[in-house]
Design a protein around this ligand. Structure first.
Ligand SMILES: [Mg+2]
Length: 374
């Protein structure tokens, strides 16, 4: 079997797809959405396609090594996003070739269903949030993640901190004690502010606090981890085993959140999970883009022993791009037995190109017009 063509599609703002076709008629899909740099990952896929066309799609590890190491300048979000999406498509082809879901080729299922969480918070409009919670609970969700709203500065007043803390406890009150609640600080805090906020909400037992500080300095993350009583999670902006190595070896977090469309793909994330397992860390894959990336996450979630929970971002569901969408029941997704990534793309829907920009809003700026973390 040989690869005969590699095509790309951009059906939604946060959904860029790669389709790999073989001479046996088997096609594979992967997701290469890189928020804010869609044209860059598109160009990287084109460059990689020049290498792959004419080759055997089943040699996934070999192609990964060629694309990653052969590039000489390794890593970074652009190359890794293109590589991740292509790797997903190669696994989709491999699964279809052997008539098996990808998780079965990677050791088989370690669970029967996948626990997921949705985004929900009361940080903007409490009344609307109350109604939204009832809808989510009715749909079967039993785990949520919230983000403290707005910009956070190096110093915040007691009033601002108290308001964040009050709402965190109110979320617990509304949800009860058998729902998982997590908070994504989105790398917006200083270490000192993150420690203050984490310790203030510790008594409502959050599942985790995510990216309490930006991703570049692992020692700063470790400082937070050591000073707080809540589990810390990180990893959506780290790439490959080498990007996660320091976090794992220093035990700077309890949970890791590799993104399967940025960290290097399905097999690379399985290797990250195996490294994390030796330190008793659990994996909660990040997914804030489209349904093909989400499908790749579910394949990994199904076959690793140290899986915690799967993020279901606002754009993860098929919403017309898939012929059959996922259904959440009692907080879980059923494990599909379908081959490859377990999804069927609606090609007519995918061919309609999204023409808008990826928005860059003024909310990245502080009141004095200096740049803020978002
Ligand atoms: Mg996040």
């Amino acid at each position: 079997m040989k690869i005969v063509s590699i095509e790309q599609f951009r059906p939604r703002k946060r959904c860029q797809l790669v389709k790999i076709t073989t001479d046996e008629g088997i096609v594979g899909w992967g997701e290469t959405t890189l928020e804010g740099k869609l044209d860059s990952s598109w160009a990287a896929v084109k460059e990689i396609a020049a290498y792959l066309v004419g080759l055997d799609p089943l040699r996934i590890e070999h192609h990964w090594q060629h694309i990653y190491r052969g590039a000489f300048y390794r890593g970074g979000p652009v190359l890794l996003t293109a590589l991740s999406g292509i790797e997903q498509a190669l696994w989709d082809i491999t699964g279809k070739y052997f008539s098996a879901p990808v998780y079965r080729l990677l050791g088989g299922a370690t669970r029967d269903r996948i626990k997921v969480y949705a985004w929900w918070s009361i940080y903007e409009d409490e009344d609307a949030a109350r109604r939204e919670l009832e809808v989510f609970l009715g749909q079967g969700y039993r785990a949520f993640k919230a983000e403290p709203d707005g910009k956070w500065h190096a110093y915040e007043t007691p009033k601002r901190i108290d308001e964040f803390v009050r709402k965190a406890y109110l979320m617990r009150e509304w949800c009860g004690n058998d729902v998982d609640l997590s908070f994504d600080f989105h790398g917006k805090m200083t270490p000192a502010l993150a420690v203050t906020l984490c310790n203030e909400i510790a008594a409502m037992s959050p599942q985790f606090v995510e990216e309490p500080v930006p991703q570049e300095n692992i020692e700063a993350l470790l400082e937070v981890t050591r000073k707080v009583q809540v589990p810390i999670a990180t990893g959506e902006r780290l790439f490959t085993r080498w990007g996660f190595r320091e976090v794992i070896e220093k035990q700077a977090a309890a949970f890791l959140q590799p993104d399967l469309s940025h960290a290097g793909g399905i097999l690379e994330t399985k290797k990250i999970a195996a490294n994390a397992e030796t330190y008793y860390m659990h994996i909660a894959p990040h997914c804030a883009i489209g349904p093909v990336a989400f499908a790749a996450c579910l394949q990994l979630d199904a076959c690793i022993p140290n899986f915690l929970i799967q993020e279901r971002g606002d754009l993860c569901l098929g919403d017309g791009l898939l012929k059959r969408d996922w259904i959440v029941k009692d907080g879980y997704l059923e494990l599909s037995d379908a081959p490859g990534l377990g999804i069927e793309i609606d090609e007519e829907a995918v061919k309609k190109t999204y023409e808008g920009d990826f928005e860059i809003d003024t909310w990245f700026y502080n009141e004095d017009n200096s740049v803020a973390d978002w």
